[in-house]
Design a protein around this ligand. Structure first.
Ligand code: COA
Length: 173
């Protein structure tokens, strides 16, 4: 059965969005309570860690939110790595809520982070060259997701995480 909320679009990789009507926008301090709620529902019911998560996303990192019907259904965060002349951005975190996965929201969050970071570097007189991210090596879904989004696995760090090795991925623009 067709979903009346669905629309299609194509990004610069030729990936066809099968997205529901989602607004992707920067996080602001007005989102802190919504982000705390999101953490308690999607990650763990712990108010101290929910507050830290929300403040980090809004105040420490550059974060984009995917919003549907006033609710946050995905987040993506990035920050410059090294000097601006290096042109390197680290993707700090990316998550899409259960119930919203496989609807191209993660891909739209990546595309928006690249657009925002590209503009940020341009405004500073530099160019964004490389995206880098660390993930748990056994995260097979993230592996498939990043491969589809044209990232390459370039290195591993044994036991970086308490229960897993780290896998490092990059995408050169
Ligand atoms: C990884 C994650 C962000 C992907 O978000 P998403 O919105 O579901 O991803 P998209 O719908 O944009 O997927 C794009 C492509 O990635 C691949 N992909 C995504 N999820 C997949 C899955 N469960 N199985 C196989 N391939 C998958 C597919 O190629 C997909 O394209 P398709 O749906 O046309 O086949 C989401 O699964 C998530 O939040 N995971 C938990 C947190 C996490 O692991 N974050 C990444 C590490 S930092």
């Amino acid at each position: 059965m067709s979903n009346p909320n669905r629309t299609t679009d194509t990004n610069d990789l030729g990936i066809i969005y099968k997205a529901v009507m989602i607004d992707i926008r920067p996080a602001t301090s007005g989102d802190i309570l919504l982000l705390e709620d999101l953490y308690r529902k999607e990650i763990e019911d712990h108010s101290g860690r929910a507050q830290k998560f929300a403040k980090d996303l809004v105040l420490r990192y550059n974060t984009v939110l995917a919003i549907k019907d006033g609710m946050i259904c995905g987040t993506g965060s990035w920050e410059p790595r090294g000097g601006l002349d290096d042109g390197v951005v680290e993707i700090i975190g990316l998550g899409v809520n259960e119930g919203f996965k496989r609807q191209s929201i993660g891909t739209q969050l990546i595309d928006t982070m690249i657009d925002d970071a590209t503009q940020f570097y341009k405004n500073s007189g530099y160019s964004l060259r490389v995206l880098i991210l660390f993930m748990e090596r056994s995260n097979e879904i993230a592996r498939k997701f990043y491969k589809t989004n044209r990232f390459k696995e370039v290195a591993n760090i044994p036991s970086l995480y308490p229960n897993d090795d780290a896998s490092i991925w990059t995408r050169h623009l």
